[in-house]
Write a protein that binds this ligand. Structure first.
Ligand code: ATP
Ligand code: MG
Length: 598
């Protein structure tokens, strides 16, 4: 491709709308343009990258025995009502764009395709003889993200590869799951990315296992905890560890102490001269269910520990039947104005004990009249501990469960694992931390959707069974940008060769010199003929501008028909290292072929 004929516009300055390096660079180098919030045009260079990533994904999916198809993006509401997700997706969480056609029928734009594929499986899969099956597609997805940001990292319209597997039983599901795991590793290796597969939260869906594939980068939105020995890695949302041992309590008897200005653990420990590990703190949450009911939750945990809201949410979903039997839609620490809606009098914030009276809750419609009381295992284990006195300015010390204070009925594990904690599999290993960009998620779904939609098959014994499902996603457009986030320098992007839009760029430093032009034209022709994807910078621009642009757009090899042409040589510059060498013109094709094969 000749740059003179391409839609090629680069910017010298960082665009104001971009925060992270990869987003800035893709905008500056003319790969993408923002059309609306979270909506981007993939310009010609970007589209080539996306097609390369898609092709690598496609090859590895096919090699793992999956079959490509293409499902509709417009999805009838009925399907989502059957699975029970219409309300949550369009209203509660609101991630799905919903619309009405002229006949008044409701439709959603596909954020994901479990419903559609399960409906097809219900229709077409009859017998165990048709199993296992794994179907995938590469397609634009729509999600009305509340905070679209970082360009293609979190768009409202983005490209995803999603695969769905159907098997007869859990053992067969695990085989496909393992194959998908290996395929994802190969995809990331081929794309030239440093990554880690981590245990992930399976959320409300349950299922027996899920892993995320994280591309390691500082700008990643996810925190990964792992051990040096390579045996453990998990998203912090899911991670487990051994908490540090509590210090023995310095309090021997139950007493009420004056603790002015001690509404934080740090201040309290200073006033009482004790360790945070001797304190039971109680945090208040408001859980809102989709029938409009709010349940106020008191969770007690050891003072040095933090509540992991993802784990807490999962516990609340598990307790759903006891609580409301409805879907949990939000969980938050209620602020002052939220509290005035239900609190009968000001709460003793910072001094709350696990037994705070239910009479703090007014009789209001839609508010559950009793606190749901949970206690984390770290707090259960304490003796002679410190806790609030339900009165501003006072704490109790030397408190013991059951003797002085009823132990909340629900004991849960909701603590956040922290850097430096001992690992569960080997207490000699300490958790380390890294930031990652989630580019893939593989999931053992089980029978949630097949049961909801009635997708069954007949087994060898002639019995009807729900299909056992798995689902496997890769964010194709997110992966492409993550590659930039992992590989750039002050001059611009450094594409891994496998997903670079072009392998080489030929630059004519002086377009007025016929010898330079002729040599470049011949090179351009020969490289293309040899299958090396090449750009020719034949624009009427200064040499300096051309070199800057070539660095910015990140093409792996730059060829310059400059001064050494007199000796029958051209300059070859490796983008990643800026290393340059003079190579005889006739050796250029074979040299580059060698580099690219590497
Ligand atoms: P996240 O936690 O980042 O919101 P998710 O868990 O909702 O993602 P999945 O439903 O597992 O995402 O989708 C599969 C893959 O699609 C993700 O691993 C990610 O790479 C990609 N993806 C999800 N949402 C977006 C988005 N808004 N923009 C770009 N890629 C996305
Ligand atoms: Mg995910």
């Amino acid at each position: 491709m000749r740059l003179s004929q391409m839609l090629f516009v680069t910017l010298r300055e960082d665009p104001a709308e971009a925060e992270i390096p990869s987003h800035k660079l893709l905008l500056r180098a003319g790969y993408i343009r923002r059309v609306g919030s979270g909506i981007y045009a993939y310009l010609p260079l970007m589209w080539r990258v996306l097609q390369k990533v898609s092709q690598i994904v496609r090859e590895e999916m096919n090699a793992a025995g999956a079959q490509e198809c293409l499902l509709p993006q417009m999805q009838p509401a009925e399907l989502w009502r059957e699975s029970g997700r219409w309300e949550t997706y369009t209203q509660a969480e609101g991630i799905m764009f919903a619309l009405q056609d002229r006949q008044g029928r409701e439709l959603g734009l596909g954020p994901t395709h479990e419903e559609v594929i399960t409906e097809i499986a219900k229709d077409m899969i009859r017998s165990y003889r048709q199993l296992p099956l794994n179907l995938y597609q590469i397609q634009t997805k729509f999600r009305d993200e509340i905070r679209p940001r970082f360009g293609l990292m979190r768009g409202r319209e983005f490209i995803m590869k999603d695969a769905y597997s159907f098997s007869a039983d859990e053992a067969d599901l695990k085989i496909i799951y393992a194959k998908m795991h290996d395929a994802y590793c190969k995809i990331l290796q081929r794309c030239g990315l440093a990554y880690r597969a981590v245990d992930a939260d399976s959320g409300a869906i349950g299922g027996s296992g899920s892993q995320e594939f994280m591309v390691l980068a500082e700008a990643g939105e996810d925190q990964v905890l792992y051990t040096e020995d390579g045996h453990y890695a998990a998203n912090v949302e899911k991670a487990v560890s051994l908490p540090p041992d509590p210090e023995p309590s310095t309090f021997k008897t139950l007493e009420k102490r004056k603790t002015p200005d001690s509404n934080t653990i740090a201040k309290l420990c200073e006033v009482l001269q004790c360790s945070p590990t001797q304190v039971v703190k109680t945090v208040l949450y408001a859980a809102v269910y989709d029938n409009g009911t709010t349940v106020l939750v008191l969770i007690s945990i050891r003072g040095d520990q933090d509540v992991n809201e993802v784990k807490l949410q999962n516990e609340l979903v598990k307790l759903g039947d006891r609580v409301q039997g409805k879907t949990l839609i939000s969980l938050a620490v209620p602020d002052g104005s939220a509290q005035t809606k239900w609190a009968s009098r000001p709460l003793p914030l910072g001094y709350i004990a696990p037994d705070l009276g239910d009479d703090y809750i007014q009789k209001v419609k839609g508010i559950c009249s009793q606190f749901l009381r949970l206690v984390d295992q770290t707090a259960v284990d304490l003796k002679n501990f410190v806790t609030g006195a339900n009165e501003v300015g006072y704490h109790h010390v030397g408190v013991n469960w059951q003797k002085d204070l009823a132990l909340p009925e629900q004991i849960v594990d909701v603590r956040t694992a922290q850097v430096g904690d001992r690992a569960v599999h080997d207490p000699n290993q300490r958790l380390q931390t890294a930031r990652g960009i989630e580019i893939g998620h593989i999931f053992q779904l089980g029978t949630k959707y097949s049961q909801a939609l009635g997708a069954t098959y007949t087994n060898e014994a002639g019995q009807e069974q729900p299909l056992m499902m798995g689902c496997y996603g890769v964010g194709v457009s997110r992966l492409a940008q993550a590659a930039v986030e992992q590989s750039y320098d002050k001059d611009g992007i450094i594409w891994p060769v496998a997903i670079a839009p072009y392998h080489a760029i030929v630059i004519i430093p002086n377009g007025k010199d016929p010898a330079q032009v002729a040599a470049a034209e011949t090179l351009y022709h020969d490289l293309k003929a040899a299958g090396i994807e090449t750009l020719l910078d034949d624009r009427d621009e200064r040499a300096g501008v051309k070199f800057k642009d070539a660095d910015l757009i990140g093409i792996p090899y730059r060829l310059v028909t400059g001064k050494s042409l007199k000796e029958g040589k051209v300059e070859v510059v490796v983008r990643a290292t800026h290393e340059s060498e003079q190579i005889p013109i006739e050796a250029v094709v074979s040299t580059l072929q060698g580099y690219i094969r590497q």
